[in-house]
Design a binder for this molecule. Structure first.
Ligand code: UDP
Ligand code: MG
Length: 139
């Protein structure tokens, strides 16, 4: 397929725990993207240190690692022209309180009063990030 791109999507532990895997996959399929890889995974500290390297020095990083290791993750690769930009739009703003209705985070997320951001999905934010993250999760 010409101009085809791939994006790494993670249904994070809160999304799996809350039974939202089907809704995330349904939205990707309804939009017409192809699922190229799909696997139930557990994150490790080493894998997260690579995946979230840009955030390793941030104050929220320890809580982020705890969140990402709190249960199984569904890792997938979606394929299609401009899928990186499209899926970032479908995911919505990082903070689910600010995410627009119609987005995954805006439709299924909220502030749970714990001081953490639980936002259901991860999606690569650029072609370089997508290539790097796909290599980490699907070597
Ligand atoms: N995060 C957090 N607190 C923050 C910022 C980010 O807990 O103040 C977490 C959140 O789970 C987010 C992830 O770290 O999804 C990565 O942050 P980024 O800014 O890259 O947001 P994203 O690309 O996921 O929208
Ligand atoms: Mg990010």
């Amino acid at each position: 397929m010409s101009n085809s791109e791939q994006v790494l999507v993670l249904v994070k532990p809160d999304g799996v725990e809350r039974g939202l895997v089907g809704q995330v996959l349904a939205r990707a399929e309804a939009r017409g993207y192809r699922i190229a890889r799909l696997e139930l995974r557990r994150a490790t500290p080493e894998l997260l240190a690579e995946h979230y390297a840009e955030h390793a020095a941030k104050p929220f990083y320890p809580a982020l690692v705890e969140y990402m290791m709190s249960g199984p993750i569904v890792a997938l690769v979606l394929e299609g022209a401009q899928v990186i930009t499209a899926f970032r739009t479908m995911a919505g703003a990082t903070d689910p309180v600010k995410a627009a209705p119609g987005t995954i985070r805006g439709d299924f997320g909220r502030d749970w009063g714990t001081g953490e951001i639980l936002n259901i999905v991860h999606a690569s934010d650029s072609p370089a990030s997508a290539a790097r993250e796909i290599a980490i999760w699907f070597p």
